[in-house]
Design a protein. Structure first.
Length: 462
């Protein structure tokens, strides 16, 4: 195996493009998915959940940035955990990240279908979802520079559209609408409210899910040690402000219960304010697609780099580490993740259960992968501070050890809570990890052969 042309990524990304990836990966979470949390927690209960999760993500990103700038590797969390805990730790982090990034796109693709279905009711949303995969896999294969520039463009449009949404519904905003039945359907807090707050955790995480995907573009950044901290910190601050704003304005525009179990809460919220035929509504549907497209497109970039890195390190079949001879992108990794995502779109029979929609269950599966990866990443930060004290750290986690300790503890709380409220999905998640581990055990000889050549190349890049 060679780390030259056949498995080398080209460094072309600047700071603004990385910020676009950071925000774009996540911004679809402001458009849909989060409102499922209202169904269990109510608006006020979910606001508590969202603030807790926002604090977790902020502390996590400030800590995670230390790892990303110290070890700018396309594998991201996979490589951090492998450095800290060996091949088994690398496998767990890599598999968790892969589940997060492979299951998030089909949920977003279904939302793209739902948004277009508002405009064209005769079109099957699943057909649109598959079409989105075909178009954006092709765009990612053509080249990361083109892909990142497109990502920045649609991300800026998506941010503008969220601001427009808040401005349009603001005249009809009423805090009484937002607060009515805000504690899991009741007007005052109770023990039942606490249960709903905890059950809503996956949907608050959806607000910020996948921002860590910037780590998987680290090898393609021109100046990762400078640009990644700016992209991460600017990205998380942008997303926190947008998430709280969109949630409060949508909930205060009318009966929030009508928005709590659907894939297109923003168009539906705007529809009751401006009417079915308003140009504002049509603009939201069309421009709102940019938010979904930004995340969908960005996460395809993320999952492909994770598959690529795992394959290059010997954890997945060798063919997925091949780079397109002309475009220098991991084309086979892009296609492989797309096949899994398209299958998930048509998995109604085995992923629709527990009173949740297909989209809600796919979101929850993706979140399970994310939370396991967060736990392993924060544990890796503590371990590497001790075992690799001399490692160059261009950015150091502020408030160490308290800030990363909070991120770690909050992630553990989220994991325990999610298992309790989503036992069947948790069982499927563990089953996927077990199947992957069985394959992992068969790859030992290849992993050992690869490591002697790959590790020095990575170390020199640092």
């Amino acid at each position: 195996m060679s780390t030259t042309d056949s498995s080398a990524l080209r460094p072309t990304l600047g700071t603004l493009q990385l910020w676009g990836i950071a925000v774009g990966l996540v911004i679809s979470g402001e458009y849909f998915g989060w409102s499922y949390g209202w169904a269990s927690a109510g608006t006020l209960g979910f606001l508590v959940t969202a603030i807790f999760v926002a604090a977790m993500y902020t502390s996590f990103i400030f800590s995670f940035t230390e790892l990303t700038t110290s070890i700018p590797h396309a594998g991201g969390p996979f490589e951090y955990s492998r450095r800290a805990f060996g091949s088994v730790g690398g496998y767990l982090a890599g598999a968790a990240t892969l589940i997060e990034f492979v299951f998030a796109p089909p949920a977003i693709a279904l939302a793209i279908g739902a948004y277009l279905n508002v405009q064209f009711p005769s079109i099957n949303p699943k057909a649109i979802a598959v079409g989105a995969y075909v178009v954006f896999m092709a765009l990612n294969i053509v080249g990361v520079q083109i892909a990142a520039s497109f990502e920045l463009f649609v991300t800026i449009l998506a941010i503008v559209e969220l601001l427009v949404f808040m401005g349009v519904v603001a005249p009809d905003f009423s805090m009484s609408h937002f607060m009515q039945g805000g504690w899991a359907g009741a007007d005052s807090f109770s023990i039942g409210s606490l249960s709903g707050i905890m059950a809503a955790i996956p949907f608050a995480i959806w607000f910020f899910l996948a921002i860590e995907g910037v780590a998987m573009a680290a090898e393609e950044a021109k100046t990762p040690k400078r640009s990644i901290p700016i992209a991460y910190i600017g990205g998380i601050l942008t997303l926190v402000v947008l998430a709280i704003g969109v949630m409060v304005f949508a909930g205060g525009s009318g009966d929030w219960k009508a928005l709590s179990n659907i894939n297109d809460p923003l168009p539906q919220a705007m529809k009751r304010v401006v009417g079915d035929s308003s140009g504002w509504l049509h603009m939201l549907v069309w421009l709102g697609l940019f938010g979904l497209i930004a995340s969908f497109h960005g996460i395809i970039l993320g999952y492909s780099r994770q598959i690529f890195a795992l394959s290059r390190a010997g954890f997945l079949p060798k063919m997925f580490a091949e780079v397109h001879p002309r475009f220098k992108t991991p084309h086979k990794a892009i296609l492989a993740g797309g096949v899994v995502g398209i299958l998930a779109i048509f998995s109604d029979e085995w992923l629709t259960f527990g009173g949740q929609t297909l989209t809600a269950n796919i979101v929850t599966m993706s979140v399970f992968g994310a939370i396991l990866m967060y736990i392993l990443s924060m544990a890796s930060l503590f371990k590497l501070r001790r075992t690799e004290a001399a490692l160059a750290r261009p950015f150091r986690a502020p408030g160490f050890p308290l800030v990363p300790a909070f991120a770690l503890a909050a992630s553990v709380v989220c994991m325990v809570t999610m298992v309790y409220y989503n036992r069947l999905i948790a069982g499927i998640f563990v089953g996927l990890l077990a199947v992957g581990y069985a394959y992992f055990l068969t790859t030992r000889s290849r992993r050992e052969a690869v490591e002697e050549e790959l590790v020095p190349a990575i170390a020199s890049a640092e």
